[in-house]
Design a protein around this ligand. Structure first.
Ligand code: 5GP
Length: 218
């Protein structure tokens, strides 16, 4: 059981926690575990996609499923914080919901690929924390994709091909975790988030006010 330390109560800027990995490395499960940990108070950014909905997915919860025409309209109107073509489909992050959560000093979790990660980092800079999840082996990745049994064999084959290319992108991330064991990867994610929230630069205003008060009392 991991110890959850409550926030010290100082106001800070919200951060953007980006998780990337090839499909099948366990990122969806880890995302769910993070969201279910209520005291972390993370809000998931729900992407729009032109991919067809899997039977296990709910529109508006896992993704907002839209047509290519709708996607292009959002993109051209500048309403996407980032977007990319992945495995032949378009994916993008609606800008407004993210900005609303950040403005409250709360954190947003993103499940996006390396192309989107690069764009967000360029757009936002220091309030981004990026984590790459690696599978323990390609054999394990394949068996996870097959076990999921939600995609036809040709789609699984394409995802495995793309996985090799995606794995090479690990160098652009702040943290890299090898997901051999879900619970210990989750514990690592939790620890990273806790440490990043404590960064002095993020809580500068709150800390300044606290220190002034601290020093005012003799
Ligand atoms: P899937 O089709 O398996 O749900 O997702 C395929 C890939 O697209 C995953 O690596 C996922 O992280 C990425 N992805 C999902 N949403 C977005 C998004 O809004 N932007 C970008 N750039 N990638 C996304």
């Amino acid at each position: 059981m991991i110890r959850t330390q409550s926030e010290p109560g100082l106001p800070r800027r919200g951060l953007m926690l980006i998780l990337s990995s090839p499909s099948g490395a366990g990122k969806t499960t880890l995302t769910r575990m993070l969201l279910q940990t209520k005291e972390l108070d993370l809000t998931l950014s729900i992407s729009v996609t032109t991919r067809s909905r899997r039977s296990s997915e709910v529109d508006g919860i896992h993704y907002t499923f839209i047509s290519k025409k709708q996607f292009e309209a959002l993109r051209d109107a500048g309403e996407l914080l980032e977007w990319a073509e992945v495995h032949g489909n378009f994916y993008g992050t609606p800008r407004e919901p993210v900005e609303k959560v950040l403005a409250q000093g709360r954190d947003v979790l993103f499940d996006i690929d390396y192309q989107g990660t690069q764009q967000v980092r360029q757009a936002v800079g220091s309030d981004v924390v990026t984590i790459f999840i690696l599978p323990p082996s390609i054999a394990e990745l394949r068996s996870r994709l097959e076990r999921r049994a939600e995609d036809p064999p040709d789609v699984i084959a394409r995802r495995l091909d793309n996985a090799r290319n995606e794995i090479r992108r690990w160098t652009q991330y702040d943290y890299v975790l090898i997901n051999a064991d879900l619970q210990s990867t989750f514990d690592d994610l939790h620890a990273i988030l806790t440490a990043e929230r404590r960064r002095a630069t993020r809580a500068q205003q709150g800390i300044s006010a606290f220190v002034e008060k601290l020093l005012a009392n003799r």
